[in-house]
Every structure is written in C-alpha cells, then in structure tokens.
Design a protein around this ligand. Structure first.
Ligand code: SF4
Length: 341
C-alpha cells in the first residue's frame, strides 16, 4: 500500500509535558472499545481509577470526562499517567495516533500531522522551502479507488504546481485555485469527471483583470467563524481582535506552506460527494484567516487555533461546507475581491 506523507512527517516528536497546547487539555477523548475493555479488566489501583473515570458520552462511546478542563490522567507535570505507568500501547487509539490524520483512499493512504499540535505546526512553519510529500510502501492491501479519485488527483497535482510558482503573488495563486476548482466543479456537476485530467493539464492562469472593488471576506467571515461551535472561549476573543487589528504582511513562503497543508488534507475529499469547490474555498479561507489573525497572535498560533477549532470539529467542517453554498459572506465574489487586494 502506498502511503503519502508531508516531507517533515518523520521528524515529528511529541513535546509531552513541555507542550503549550496539550491535546490532553480541552478535548474529551473517546476511548476505543478494545482499550476500554483492557481498562475494565486491569487489576490494581490504576485499574480502579480507570474504571472510576470511565463514562459513556451522548453518542454511546466510552470516554474520560475532563476534570477542570484536563484529562483526569494528566498529572501535575502534564504527563500522561497511563502512558507513564503502562506504556503508550495502553493509551486509547486516539491518544496513540494524534496528531495524525489518516485518509484511506483505496489505492493509497495519506497521513498528515494536524497543525493544531504545536510540534506539528513548528515543523510546517519552521522552514520556507516549498512543502513536498514523500511516498513509501507500507503494510496494507490496496483497494480499488472511487472512479473520481484519479481525476481529482490530477486537479490537485495541478493546484500544487500552481502554488509552487513563486514568481506570482500568493494571492494570485490562491485565486487560480478557485478559478480551476470552479471549472472542475462544472465538469463534476455535468458527470464529466473523466475530463478533469485534460482540464488540469491544459489549465493556465488568466491575466489579472485589475483590483476587485466589491466587499472582501473580512471582517464578516470572522463573525461567521465565531458563530460555529467553539472549543475554547478565547477563540472568539481572537476572532474579535482579528477584526480590528491592522493587517500586517506575513511571510508568503509560510502562507504557501499553510496552503499546501490544507490542500493535501482536503483537496481529495470531493471523492466522497463531488463537492470540490467548497473544499478549495475552505483551504483558501483557512490561509486568509490565519494571515488575518497572525498580527494578533503570530502565524503558527493562528494556524494552530484555526486547526484546533475548525479542523477537529466535524460539525464545524460540515457547517462551513454548507455555508459556502448558502451564506453570502462566503460568496465566490467576496473571495475574488479579497484575493485581488
Ligand atoms: S499537542 Fe502535539 S506536542 Fe502537544 S501533547 Fe499533543 S501530540 Fe504532544
């Protein structure tokens, strides 16, 4: 089975007790059935503590409710008591795999490192070279992919190519993504996915047609983000501060790497529902929002907070996808005006 990962993947190492945004704080972790069964059978004092802490959430899953906003097994040094006493294998599947997002596409899988994790964000934004991806053979039997997979892969490859052209301003390159996605969406909607590779191959950016004069995305889109589910209340404070903070130029190479991170993660998701344009809109929105919030908190924090609040909340992702088609604050014209500034 071919596995594709970002080029910094192997360098990831958890910060553990030194982590400024520990994934063991603020999130209630679901305990997978095998791990819950192990905890229920574990003898000794820790077994009793584990059983006393286990609860069933509203979805019927086992979990450890937070205590004071923290996992009850996080000790005074912000280290996991289960990991320290029983080893990593005894932690839940979520704890063992975080911050890895794995997408199984059939013929291949792709694994990214969530930018909500400070160690992963530091790797993503710790260098200015274009982000690349490595492919390796890993255990697992490939399966047939969805018929849309290869055509969408061709479009995503073209988008990575457009993104890597540093002779053009980043905003123009993001505008190219939306223009190409719009044409690709028309083919998908017309049941012509087989024409996507030819479109991707032949597609070239249009000449700039002057600055847009309509309203852009900001500040209204920050209100929209504040209307979604919130993990940490100070996210809304950050969004509010981003509305009034004077824009400050950010390193385009780092914004480009941020764009590549989101494209890798979401560019093929249309394989499930044929909705490419809103996915690409989401990637552009993520980059522009991080850029807008960066003067308040710094780019790595802005990317990390967006990831934590939006990427890790399936309901927020679904709501944003729906809003892209329904909410005037996310109209394509607003994206165009914003990118033309
Ligand atoms: S957020 Fe990342 S660095 Fe921090 S504790 Fe979790 S995995 Fe480790």
């Amino acid at each position: 089975m071919l596995t594709r990962v970002p080029d910094y993947f192997e360098r990831f190492s958890c910060l553990a007790g030194a982590c400024p945004h520990s994934c063991c704080i603020g999130w209630e972790v679901v305990i997978d059935p095998a791990t819950a069964a192990r905890y229920r059978a574990l003898p000794g004092a820790l077994g009793e503590q584990l059983r006393a802490a286990l609860r069933t959430d509203e979805d019927g899953d086992d979990c450890f409710p937070l205590r004071g906003g923290r996992c009850p097994f996080l000790d005074g040094e912000d280290l996991c008591e289960i990991h320290r006493t029983l080893g990593e294998d005894a932690t839940s599947a979520t704890c063992r795999t975080h911050p890895r997002f794995t997408e199984e596409y059939g013929p291949f899988r792709e694994i990214s490192l969530a930018a909500s994790c400070p160690a992963a964000a530091a790797l993503l934004l710790g260098e200015r070279a274009p982000l690349t991806f490595r492919e390796t053979e890993t255990p697992g039997e490939p399966e047939p992919g969805d018929p849309w997979l290869e055509p969408l892969l061709a479009v995503r490859e073209r988008m990575f190519g457009l993104l890597s052209d540093r002779t053009r301003p980043l905003r123009r390159r993001l505008g190219d993504w939306l223009a190409l996605a719009l044409e690709a969406q028309e083919l998908l909607d017309g049941d012509r996915a087989e024409d996507l590779p030819a479109l991707a191959k032949a597609w070239v950016p249009a000449e700039a047609d002057g600055p847009g004069d309509g309203p852009g995305l900001f500040p209204e889109v920050l209100d929209l983000l504040g209307e979604l589910e919130v993990l940490e209340p100070d996210w809304r404070d950050l969004l509010a501060a981003g509305k009034t903070a004077p824009p400050a130029p950010q390193d385009a190479a780092l914004l480009e790497r941020t764009a590549a991170y989101f494209l890798f993660r979401y560019g093929l998701k249309a394989v499930n529902d044929g909705d490419l344009l809103s996915r690409i809109g989401f990637c552009v929105l993520a980059v522009l929002t991080a850029e807008r919030l960066a003067p308040v908190c710094g780019l790595p924090e802005a990317v990390g907070r967006f990831s934590r609040e939006i990427e890790h909340d399936a309901a927020n992702l679904t709501t944003l996808q729906d809003r892209f088609w329904e909410d005037g604050r996310l109209a394509l014209g607003r994206f165009r005006s914003e990118l033309d500034r």
